[in-house]
Design a binder for this molecule. Structure first.
Ligand code: PLP
Length: 441
């Protein structure tokens, strides 16, 4: 049967991820094309992308340099074994990533997704301590409302209840910091909130409870995205760094959404001027075009493994597609696109306009908070009593009908447009969202 790219006639087989499958299949929303800031729908509409796909298409869509690099690489070297063999493109990409990474970050371990980057970093943390003779350090500390992907390590250190509750007892030896969302004190903050840095001190309590010698790592998102955009309070991340350092605990920043320009710097670590021991990345690394992730580490983490006989594998971990040639080529072309178009700087420049536009929604029906940092924004809605998530989901559907793509999590609308967005497009996005909110039940 010929493939109809505009209207498949049977939607049954594909079990869609993180989707209300039955609702979707009754009334599908299909994208069939994309260019720069817009998607094309199967009914021929242009939809303004307010979310960079899923926080990943930071350079916009179908960018020529990336497309060409993929085509060329696919024709030249399609695949090379990832274990005990190499190819130049993966090495080149690693060097380019380190060029823009914070000073002190020196090595790249490739994965295929944010979830795999998280699993890799958690395993590295435990193995790092063991390699240095501290094998009692196995405990992992995450944070309430954290999102670290969907694999077992990630959901264990993560703190989103719906992502955890169906899946049994998860990893043992995990504890959680409190989240930093303090609507009573910080509602409608522009940028970083004033209140909440002291919540990092809870780490002292957790460490005292378990004993520092049992703790391997703390993992947090510098800006929590999937849980509804929680901006770190001023001084909070610095405090986490101080406490982890004091106790010999590794600090992992999950930069899967904050990496590659979202805050106007290459990584959030540079924006907040806090150097973690490891950073997990994915998404914007290849502009979302080809699955790829990477864990970035300091020399100290890497070097701890580089011992013993040289013919022996130092780390028993890796993926068939780690550093895949086509993904690596996409990564290089993506980083070049960011640089040539000055997209990170552009995000920094336009961020104040974005902030003003977002906060103009204050006072509209059901809006109870607005938060922003860099090119990230969230509008929190008052939930319908007894029907959590319904109001925001209705907003999402109405927005799609009005040709803008937003994202919702719980009753929070989250936005993270491609970094190429113009002021006029911000006006369209926020103006249309205002119209949607005014008509929402
Ligand atoms: C902070 C963070 N970590 C990990 C992930 C998981 O990434 P992936 O969906 O590529 O596995 C995400 C995805 O949104 C994320 O936001």
């Amino acid at each position: 049967m010929a493939l109809d790219r505009n209207a498949p006639n049977d939607l049954n087989a594909f079990w869609m991820p993180f989707t209300a499958n039955r609702q979707f299949k009754k009334n599908p929303r299909m994208f069939v094309g994309a260019k720069d800031m817009h998607y094309t729908t199967s009914d021929g509409r242009q939809v303004l992308d307010g979310t960079a796909g899923l926080w990943c298409c930071n350079a916009g869509h179908c960018r020529p340099k990336i497309t060409e690099a993929i085509q060329k690489q696919a024709a030249e070297l399609d695949y090379a074994p990832a274990f005990q063999m190499g190819h130049p493109v993966a090495f080149e990409l690693a060097n380019r990533i380190i060029d823009i990474a914070p000073k002190g970050i020196e090595h790249v371990f490739y994965t295929n997704s944010g979830s795999e980057s998280v699993e890799t970093a958690l395993k590295l943390a435990i193995a790092y301590h063991r390699a240095r003779g501290e094998s009692t350090r196995t405990r992992l500390i995450g944070r309430e409302r954290g999102y670290h992907g969907v694999n077992f390590g990630g959901i264990s250190v993560g703190g989103i209840v719906n992502n955890r509750r169906m899946f049994g007892t998860l990893l043992g030896g995990v504890d959680h910091l409190p989240h930093t969302h303090l609507p009573g004190q910080n509602a409608y903050t522009r940028g970083m909130p004033e209140h909440g840095a002291n919540l990092a001190d809870e780490l002292e309590r957790i460490v005292a409870l378990h004993g520092a010698e049992t703790v391997a790592a703390v993992i947090v998102e510098p800006v929590a995205g999937s849980t509804g955009v929680l901006i770190p309070p001023k001084g909070y991340l610095q405090r986490l760094r101080e406490i982890t350092k004091k106790h010999g605990i590794l600090l992992i920043f999950d930069e899967v959404i904050t990496g590659f320009g979202r805050l106007g710097t290459p990584f959030a670590a540079q924006y907040f001027d806090v150097l973690p021991d490891m950073m997990t990345t994915a998404k914007g690394l290849t502009n979302g075009v080809i699955p790829m992730g990477a864990v970035l580490t300091t020399a100290a983490v890497h070097d701890a493994f580089m011992q013993g006989p040289e013919h022996v594998i130092e780390l028993f971990h890796g993926y068939t597609y780690s550093g895949n040639p086509i993904a690596s080529a996409a990564g290089i072309a993506t980083l070049e696109t960011y640089r040539e178009e000055g997209l990170f700087e552009r995000a920094a420049e336009i961020a104040p306009y974005w902030e003003d536009a977002l906060h103009s929604l204050k006072g509209l029906p059901h809006v109870i908070d607005i938060r922003n940092l860099g090119l990230i924004g969230a509008v929190e809605l008052d939930p319908i009593a007894g029907e959590p998530t319904k109001r925001a989901f209705s907003a999402f559907l109405a927005a799609y009908d009005k040709n803008i793509l937003i994202r919702t999590t719980g009753d929070i609308i989250a936005m993270s447009p491609p970094l190429m967005i113009t002021k006029a497009q911000i006006d369209t996005l926020i103006g249309t969202l205002a119209d949607v909110l005014k008509k929402l039940d």
